[in-house]
Design a protein around this ligand. Structure first.
Ligand code: SAM
Length: 315
């Protein structure tokens, strides 16, 4: 599948260091790369081709990590240790990880599940594996309660020079929104962004940024985890009503069920590093199907420099 077309423009954003995409250059004739500089905190655009990520090869370190993880008793200890480090690092950076988690777990968030969950949804295999050190992957209340703190940590790591989490968030999300706006202006002119789909919206952080930036648009956040969506809906209710309330949809982004050409903007933010290649291809095909002529697809993800990191993340 060619990612570029005469009708649509395709943006790839990398907020930390390098541009990555596991699909290889065979599928991309022309893409727009965007990089946010951490030093001057400004967005810079650069036209280019997708390159195969350097971490995709088999390095000795990747093989060693793979072997260690495959050894079950060691893997549990590694996961526990990794979790403690993650929480301690976040809290040192003024992200009140345990407090935020407790607040969600002790709230009424559970009541949202019934209205959000699509009981007939069939999960793809990869989604049923343990992930991010949670045995039930993203299908757990603990994962959902910790997701916002984890997102804040990721943003903090991406912008180490920022003095606060808020500042780091404004750089990462601000540059992302600015890139979307500039790209849309450049390629779609005065066409209004009326309908926005946030694929892999998790607990709604990216969705809320989009809704705040484009207040007259109808924004839908879509995710496979009903637990994450419950947190998203619960938080949005706490924030208060908005002119155009965000809709939350429990679905597989590979096959959403929306009619073709339903959206002017489709965002896939920090999702692909969690997906196998076949899911990435399917999600991109679906995103193109859902896009209106002249619309924008925006893909952003974190830079991963070694295969071992991905291996650890996916357990
Ligand atoms: C790191 S989170 C995304 C965070 C969020 N977009 C942001 O920018 O803060 C990745 C999300 O992708 C979701 N996801 C993974 N595969 C998916 C699929 N096939 N369909 C829908 N959501 C998926 C996961 O459930 C998870 O919530």
């Amino acid at each position: 599948m060619a990612l570029s077309s005469h009708i649509h423009n395709f943006s790839v954003l990398s907020v930390s260091k390098t541009i990555e995409n596991g699909n290889g250059r065979r599928r991309a004739r022309m893409v727009v790369k965007m990089a946010a500089s951490t030093s001057d905190m400004a967005a810079a655009f650069e036209e280019g081709k997708l390159e195969r990520p350097k971490w995709s090869g088999q390095t000795p370190l990747s093989r060693l990590v793979g072997a260690l993880i495959a050894f079950k008793p060691l893997s549990s200890v590694l996961k526990l240790g990794a979790r403690q480090v993650l929480i301690r690092t976040a809290e040192k950076g003024n992200i009140p990880w345990r407090e935020m988690t407790k607040e969600i777990l002790e709230s009424d968030v559970y009541k949202e599940l019934e209205s959000i969950q699509n009981p007939s949804l069939v999960y793809p295999d990869y989604y049923l594996n343990p992930f991010h050190a949670y045995d039930e992957g993203n299908l757990s209340w603990l994962a959902a309660a910790e997701a916002e703190a984890a997102t804040m940590s990721m943003v903090r790591r991406a912008i180490p020079n920022a003095s606060t989490v808020d500042e780091a968030n404004q750089v990462v999300r601000g540059n992302w929104l600015q890139a979307i706006e500039q790209h849309h202006l450049q390629y779609s002119g005065t066409t209004m962004i009326r309908d926005i789909l946030d694929i892999g919206c998790s607990v709604g952080v990216s969705t809320r940024f989009l809704a705040d930036k484009f207040p007259s648009a109808n924004v839908t956040g879509l995710d496979l985890s009903p637990h994450f969506l419950s947190v998203a809906q619960f938080k949005e209710k706490k924030i208060g009503p908005r002119k155009n309330p965000i809709k939350w949809m429990h679905a597989n982004a590979e096959d959403t069920g929306f009619p073709p050409q339903s959206f002017d903007l489709v965002s896939v933010s920090y999702v692909f590093h969690e997906c196998p290649e076949r899911a990435i291809v399917n999600i991109l095909k679906e995103a193109f199907r859902l896009l209106r002529p002249g619309g924008t697809i925006v893909v952003s993800d974190q830079s991963v420099s070694i295969h071992a990191y991905i291996t650890l993340e996916k357990t």
